[in-house]
Design a binder for this molecule. Structure first.
Ligand SMILES: [Zn+2]
Length: 299
């Protein structure tokens, strides 16, 4: 096997889950309901437990897919995303003094809008044209449309950098962390929110876990993420589960990936009972939030 483990850097990858669709780069459709499929089979590192695709897609293939990403679903779920964002910001605020925030992969900008309301100077980068236009035009946010790692940003300027549901999409996460270290101010922190492939739910569900998706190329566990962070000089400060708040309708719609008929029946029942629009933040314990301190300046 030619690839090395993207978390620990060792040559210890072994076959794990057979989920490759053979669809090629055109299968790279950002989505939340095509779980159980990936661009290639998933291999796992015998040394640190990290999972990744057997063949990692190129940056160019990914850029095209993300630039074209658009989803009205995520705009409709605004209340839930803002609620989740406030919880995330509370955790960051308790661990950093300064108030300059960068959201890399900010999508339509709900976290940035909440941060601005709480007194942060807030900037974002987002590859999707649809989502970055929304952030600027509807929410009046300072958002660059572009590649997460190549956007022109000042070095040493940010007290907190958030990557929400981003790092699991990146073929070279160690290079991403090095870039974050350049952008962070002394004493700054990164906040990573991502699926936890080492969680009980992920292990029980295997290929049917809802975070096995065509655009996910890394499958971090708590352990493998910590290994990667420390290898790039970051110091983990806080690790927790990261439930997402959504309406009941959203969760029931997602069940369609398993059973369309069951999903329709449940949405009908919930609608009839007046439950469908109720906010819900179930903690399946299969998502994690990690806050880590920037590497100490060298020399
Ligand atoms: Zn490893």
């Amino acid at each position: 096997m030619s690839e090395l483990c993207q978390a620990c850097g060792r040559d210890a990858l072994r076959p794990h889950l057979r989920v490759g669709t053979g669809a090629g780069p055109e299968g790279l459709i950002p989505t939340t309901d095509r779980f159980g499929s990936a661009l290639a089979d998933i291999v796992r590192c015998a040394a640190c437990g990290h999972g990744q695709l057997e063949r990692l897609p190129t940056e160019a293939e990914l850029s095209t897919a993300y630039a074209e990403a658009a989803s009205e679903d995520y705009v409709e779920e605004e209340a839930g995303q803002r609620e989740t964002a406030r919880r995330t910001l509370e955790r960051i605020e308790s661990r950093v003094e300064g108030r300059s925030l960068l959201d890399l992969g900010c999508w339509v900008g709900f976290l940035l809008a909440e941060a601005r309301d709480r007194g942060w100077g807030a900037r974002g980068v987002e590859p999707s044209t649809f989502a970055s236009d929304y952030a600027r035009d509807r929410l009046g946010l300072e958002v660059i449309t572009g590649d997460l790692l190549e956007a022109d940003l000042p070095h040493g300027a940010f007290d907190a950098i958030v990557l929400g549901d981003v790092i699991e999409h990146l073929p070279r996460p160690s290079e991403t962390l090095d870039r974050l270290a350049e952008l962070l101010a002394p004493g700054g922190v990164v906040c990573l929110i991502l699926p936890d492939a080492g969680s009980r739910l992920a292990r029980v569900m295997g290929a049917r876990w809802w975070s096995v998706l065509p655009t996910h190329v890394q499958y971090f566990t708590r352990g493998s993420l910590e290994v990667l962070l420390r290898r790039r000089g970051f110091e983990p400060l806080h690790l927790a589960t990261a439930p997402k708040a959504f309406t009941v309708r959203y969760y029931l719609d997602r069940i369609a990936g398993y059973s369309p008929a069951l999903s329709r029946a449940l949405v009908g029942l919930a609608g009839g009972a007046g439950l469908a629009e109720r906010m819900w933040a179930p903690d399946f314990r299969d998502r994690m939030l990690v806050i880590a301190a920037a590497p100490a300046p060298r020399g």
